[in-house]
Design a binder for this molecule. Structure first.
Ligand code: UTP
Length: 285
């Protein structure tokens, strides 16, 4: 793959998961056996994205420690924590001023090349772990897009929680985006296609971020900047998650608990036991 650089923004405050995130990053909370962000790094590595920049902030140092060598653990680390060929880079976002602002810190790192962004609190599972990113990069390059964005189908009720695509024309496995609407009311949503935490950007996104004013919460929203990108005449392509691909967004307790249950049930050693336990528990309620 020609694109080898990836950015993982992990500087957010994680306020929806307080008090769990009071002194530790939400990206380091475990689902199943590993911290959330480790699944993200593994997905990037499998997709051939070997140079990874973390946009970090206060109280996020444990992420750097996690992706460092741990000689003191010796053979207690049974599997390697992360693939050997990866290079990690870190930059601090001065204030967690929104995802657009976080991504703007990657300008030097990307060195005028297209790059991917994977949110540090969202895991894509199912199918071939890295297939989504590989498809996105391929489409991005073929279409010479300004941005290529992953989308998942959500329920009508849930559109109000996400950035939603207004597609231009027919929606297939990939489609052109006419506009993005942030958290619309279900009656006003142009589709049920929600942005799903993975992006490929042309370097023009940095200019788009610069030209975009802060949103309602005073933060620089990447969805707004993608609309600016469209106004700048760039194309945005949506890539749909396949039926066997699932996004776990671990930003709030409901989705975090559901993710943990799924991963515990899938555990090769304890999954069967947990299933038995849950059957018994559910009979009691
Ligand atoms: P969220 O908006 O879900 O994370 O960003 P948050 O702001 O930490 O969460 P709440 O709303 O306070 O609970 C998705 C990802 O983008 C990163 C976060 O760390 C998270 O992994 N992010 C968000 C940044 O790096 N910088 C920001 O300014 C905002």
């Amino acid at each position: 793959m020609s694109i080898t650089k990836a950015v993982i923004p992990v500087a957010g405050l994680g306020t929806r998961l307080l008090p769990a995130t009071k002194s530790q990053p939400k990206e380091m909370l475990p689902i199943g056996r590993k911290p959330i962000v480790q699944y993200v790094v593994e997905e990037l590595a499998e997709a051939g994205l070997d140079n990874i920049l973390f946009v970090t902030g206060q109280k996020k140092r444990s992420i750097e420690d996690h992706f460092d060598f741990s000689p003191e653990l010796g053979d207690k680390v049974i599997e390697r924590d992360f693939p050997e060929h990866l290079s990690f880079f870190y930059i601090r976002q001065t204030n967690p001023n929104g995802l657009g602002d976080a991504i703007s810190y990657a300008k030097k790192f990307t060195d005028d090349n297209s790059f991917t962004v994977a949110l540090g609190d969202s895991v894509i599972m199912g199918g071939d772990h890295s297939s989504l990113l590989k498809r996105m990069v391929e489409i991005h390059e073929n279409e010479k897009a300004g941005a290529t964005v992953a989308f998942m189908e959500v329920t009508e009720e849930d559109v109000r929680k996400y950035g939603i695509a207004k597609p231009k024309g027919r929606v297939g496995a990939s489609f052109e985006v006419e506009e993005l609407i942030e958290k619309p009311h279900p009656s006003e949503a142009p589709s049920r296609l929600a942005i799903a935490a993975r992006y490929v950007f042309d370097p023009a996104i940095f200019e788009a971020i610069k030209r975009t004013p802060a949103g309602r919460k005073g933060e620089l929203e990447i969805t707004d900047s993608m609309n600016t990108l469209l106004k700048m005449g760039k194309k945005i392509i949506g890539v749909k998650l396949r039926a066997d691909e699932h996004r776990y967004d671990v930003g709030g307790f409901e989705t975090y608990f559901k993710a943990f249950i799924d991963f515990a049930l899938d555990d090769p050693e304890y999954g069967y036991m947990i299933r038995q336990y849950m059957r018994k528990k559910l009979k009691e309620v």
